[in-house]
Design a protein around this ligand. Structure first.
Ligand code: GUN
Length: 287
């Protein structure tokens, strides 16, 4: 059994990106910049945003976090996005989710210029992904594929089962795995005979947001298990995944841990997307 170490892989990839940033700065005389908008004071979101800030600075990407109060009006937020859309020094704009109830998330995400949408949530990027055109790929799904490839796991021809159908993780991951020639099944909260399906998976991606829900019984002997969950264990209050690691590890051939698996890769792919957006902006400018 092998643990796929997302933390270590992200360190290696960030080191390469740091060198790339230095190189491009010499060519284009400006650093890439990511602007993150955080609305409200949710502790989880604050912690994610700090992680993004720290990782950006580590590799030389400029980072500005704009913290707004929970009661901000939608129109004010949209106007701020307009301003950032027109700011030539800003390459990536990320609005941390979830947003407060009174704000229309779709309207906000659609307002971000698609070439600055480093989350890959804008309809132009979503459509391009499903049409196999070049686009900004959502960070967590991109991180999952990078993890699988780093461990030389064969995807083509394999049964991949994705637990969870979210627009952020489940759906785009299904598309990326299909593009790698896996046979893909998505299961969710209404799926019947859940264990029967998951126990046929050669590759099991778990993104359901339920602490330690998936046990060894869900898993085929020798399967690859990728745990996307980020939860607090209700008993210990410690960070834990959607998989019960101790029981899953007895069945899996490859498995990721929480923390130290998918999480660092999500951040790493956000940096890659920001760098990609910056290069596109620079190439347009110098064309
Ligand atoms: N909240 C939880 N995951 C994400 C993500 O991938 N992007 C943004 N913007 N917010 C999130």
């Amino acid at each position: 059994m092998t643990i796929i170490d997302g933390k270590q892989l992200s360190i290696t990839l960030k080191q390469h990106m740091k060198e790339d940033v230095l190189y491009y700065k010499r060519i284009y005389s400006r650093l890439p910049k990511l602007t993150v908008i955080l609305v409200g004071d949710d502790a989880g979101s604050q912690s994610y945003v700090r992680g993004k800030e720290k990782a950006s600075l580590e590799i030389g990407i400029l980072n500005e976090t704009i913290a707004l109060p929970e009661i901000i009006e939608e129109e004010t937020l949209l106007n701020l996005i307009n301003k950032l859309n027109n700011d030539e020094t800003v390459d990536g704009i990320l609005v941390q989710l979830p947003l407060p109830e009174h704000i229309d998330k779709t309207r906000v995400l659609e307002r971000i210029r698609f070439d600055k949408d480093v989350d890959g949530f804008h309809p132009v990027n979503v459509a391009a992904l499903w049409q196999k055109k070049s686009c900004i790929v959502p960070c967590t799904p991109k991180g999952i594929i990078t993890l699988l490839k780093s461990a030389n796991i064969q995807i083509a021809g394999k049964n991949a089962v994705i637990m969870g159908r979210s627009e952020i993780v489940g759906l785009p991951t299904a598309k990326l795995l299909l593009d790698q020639d896996a046979s893909v099944t998505i299961v969710h909260s209404k799926t019947e005979n859940l264990k029967k399906i998951t126990s046929q998976a050669d590759i099991l991606i778990v993104a359901i947001g339920r602490p330690r829900y998936v046990t060894g019984e869900f898993i085929k002997e020798g399967a690859v298990v990728i745990d996307v969950g980020v939860n607090r264990d209700p008993q210990t209050n410690k960070l834990c995944g959607d998989c019960d690691f101790e029981s899953c590890v007895t069945k899996a051939s490859y498995i990721t841990k929480v923390p130290g698996g998918v999480g660092p890769m999500t951040i790493c792919c956000l940096l890659q997307n920001t760098l990609e957006a910056y290069l596109n902006h620079m190439e347009e400018k110098y064309d």
